[in-house]
Design a protein around this ligand. Structure first.
Ligand code: SF4
Length: 88
């Protein structure tokens, strides 16, 4: 397990994704044929009661791969950009 989980591992045990094949959450691509898997993973995340904790972790960790908290890596790049203070 990734050492970045240390600060709070409880949410990981409660993830809805634990009922699914982990590969679904790591599609080869979020475009083309992989897009369907990414959308299905995001649909699972929408049912997940620890979605916010998961997304917070992925944003803090800068997780570059996979669907976390209902977001793809591209989604998270946009979110991080929007959350960062504007450069002066
Ligand atoms: S938000 Fe998605 S990836 Fe995160 S724990 Fe829940 S189901 Fe898994």
């Amino acid at each position: 397990m990734n050492r970045l989980y240390h600060e709070s591992e409880d949410w990981v045990e409660q993830g809805a994704c634990r009922q699914y094949d982990p590969e679904l959450f790591f599609p080869v691509s979020t475009t083309g044929p992989g897009r369907a898997d990414a959308e299905l993973a995001k649909a699972v995340c929408r049912t997940c009661r620890v979605r916010q904790e998961c997304l917070n972790w992925a944003l803090r960790a800068g997780e570059p791969h996979g669907v976390w908290g209902g977001t793809t890596p591209e989604d998270r790049r946009y979110l991080r950009r929007d959350l960062l203070p504007a450069a002066s």
